[in-house]
Write a protein that binds this ligand. Structure first.
Ligand SMILES: NC(=O)c1ccc[n+]([C@@H]2O[C@H](COP(=O)([O-])OP(=O)(O)OC[C@H]3O[C@@H](n4cnc5c(N)ncnc54)[C@H](OP(=O)(O)O)[C@@H]3O)[C@@H](O)[C@H]2O)c1
Length: 237
């Protein structure tokens, strides 16, 4: 297994939900962390209890491409390297087909697809130069199937993210970069709070993080392309 000590992982949307759980788990494994969020002050507040100089917080808004440039540049300036990128930040609008506006779709396309593409493109040379770069794309089961009439725009954006994921996986393999898509069903976070689904049957973000933390430490000879994690019976089709 790869030793995370001395390696730098970037995590987007690390202030709450799945991103916060991933950051916490990576931190306990010894990764140095470059965390990005829209509200940098709030993010800094949430990690002060760790009291760790190897955890730094940066402003990242997927709707503003210059923040992606600055986040990558500042990470390199502060840490001198980038070994991992976790594309977690995402937005989920659950409008039905008839209510799905172009504005809503544009926002999901920008945050869920263009944001990860931008960060991947900016970090690739650095992930390649370390020889064991890791990319985690937090997709969704909504990137694998369309569940009845549920959230078609969200599913469109997550299908596009999964296509990007596989394109990156193929393009970077020879450079030692291993790319994993995480495709969970319901996870108990703010995103699912209004779904009317019993939270007690949902995946816990900490359990998802435990799985991801293991995958990113696997050697280059054991790559995991996709993880499908569900908390309920899934009917595909
Ligand atoms: N919860 C689920 O059931 C589930 C299932 C499958 C996949 N996912 C995916 O998991 C990821 C995390 O979701 P979550 O469940 O943890 O939801 P969440 O609690 O709503 O968190 C969403 C995160 O994305 C960030 N974000 C939203 N828009 C952004 C933007 N324009 N720029 C930068 N960051 C932005 C949020 O930042 P702010 O705090 O600033 O809003 C927050 O950190 C998403 O990609 C989501 O699609 C979730």
């Amino acid at each position: 297994m790869i030793d995370p000590n001395g390696r730098v992982m970037m995590v987007s949307g690390a202030n709450r939900g799945i991103g916060a759980a991933l950051a916490e788990r990576f931190h306990s494994d010894g990764w140095a962390l470059s965390l990005g969020a829209r509200n940098r002050e709030e993010l800094e507040e949430s990690v002060t209890r760790w009291g760790d100089d190897n955890v730094r917080c940066y402003h990242y808004d997927a709707l503003n491409s210059s923040t992606a440039d600055a986040w990558v540049e500042e990470t390199l300036s502060d840490f001198g390297r980038i070994d991992g990128l976790t594309n977690n930040a995402g937005v989920g609008h659950m409008e039905s087909l008839s209510d799905l506006s172009e504005e809503i779709l544009d926002e999901m396309w920008s945050v869920n697809v263009k944001g990860p593409l931008r960060l991947i493109q900016r970090t690739l040379p650095h992930l390649a130069s370390c020889g064991e770069g890791r990319i985690v794309n937090v997709v969704s089961l909504s990137g694998k199937r369309v569940k009845g009439t549920f959230a078609p725009g969200y599913a469109m954006s997550k299908h596009a993210l999964l296509a990007l994921h596989h394109a990156v996986r193929h393009a970077t393999f020879e450079h030692g970069i291993r790319v994993t898509a995480i495709c969970p069903g319901y996870v108990e976070t703010d995103m699912t709070a209004s779904f009317g689904v019993d939270p007690s049957i949902m995946i816990q973000a900490a359990d998802l993080a435990e799985t991801v933390a293991t995958i990113v430490r696997l050697p280059n000879t054991a790559t995991v392309a996709e993880i499908l994690m569900t908390c309920e019976p899934e009917v595909l089709g």
